[in-house]
Design a protein around this ligand. Structure first.
Ligand SMILES: [Zn+2]
Length: 222
């Protein structure tokens, strides 16, 4: 009987990917590429200048961009979700990895799941990740929803809550909804102000991100 394939190892245990982070850049004028980059993409130069690579050990996916020109010789790796490149998502495995001890491993699991659930229109599952007990997961969920989410109205009450999050980075990223979806905010101005103003008034600590949103909405247009 054939044994079932082993699940891919977590990023934290991957000799290729453990040092990369969600974004990795190497200036090849300064030497390299590193052994880890060669292990992922093979020999340089990178064919075509751009492509998607999958780590055979941990299954992480990367958009690889190779730039070679006047005074420039760089390689960039950006971790991308399976959904972003049309690959299937292992929901069970990624959900397990959400509680891994390693920051990068949890971060990539969160990106993978949020993108998958957005693609499936599973708003409740996205909201669960926006409200996850781990700030690393909440931050990645907030950023991914801002970049890629459509019909943001479904997530607006959660974003307003997150402006009072105990984690400053969650609050700050939730506040960036002003930059990404100003029309949604203006269209819901009265409802948003009715939620935020009493909460700001009652908050025992300053809430600059919520206050900035109130200021943005109360500013006369133009
Ligand atoms: Zn790997």
């Amino acid at each position: 009987m054939e044994r079932a394939a082993q699940p891919p190892i977590p990023i934290a245990d991957c000799p290729t990917c453990a040092g990369f982070g969600i974004y990795h850049h190497e200036d090849l004028m300064a030497g390299g590429p590193s052994a880890a980059v060669v292990a992922l993409i093979g020999d340089m130069p990178y064919p075509g200048g751009e492509g998607i690579e999958r780590c055979a050990r941990c299954g992480s996916l990367y958009r690889v961009t190779y730039t070679c020109g006047f005074g420039e010789h760089d390689i960039e790796l950006q971790r991308v979700s399976p959904t972003e490149v049309g690959a299937p998502t292992d929901v069970v495995r990624s959900t397990e990895l959400l509680s891994h001890r390693d920051h990068d491993t949890r971060d990539y699991a969160a990106l993978t799941l949020v993108d998958h659930y957005l693609d499936q229109g599973a708003a409740d599952a996205v909201i669960e990740l926006l409200r996850h007990s781990d700030a690393v997961v909440r931050i990645r969920a907030v950023v991914t929803v801002l970049y890629r989410g459509s019909e943001l109205g479904r997530f607006l009450p959660t974003f307003l809550d997150l402006m009072f999050d105990e984690d400053g980075s969650v609050r700050g990223n939730a506040g960036r909804i002003r930059d990404y979806h100003p029309k949604l905010l203006r269209d819901n101005k009265a409802a948003i102000l009715a939620v935020l103003k009493p909460r700001i008034a009652q908050s025992p600590v300053p809430c600059p991100d919520a206050a900035a949103l109130v200021q943005f909405l109360e500013k006369p247009p133009g």
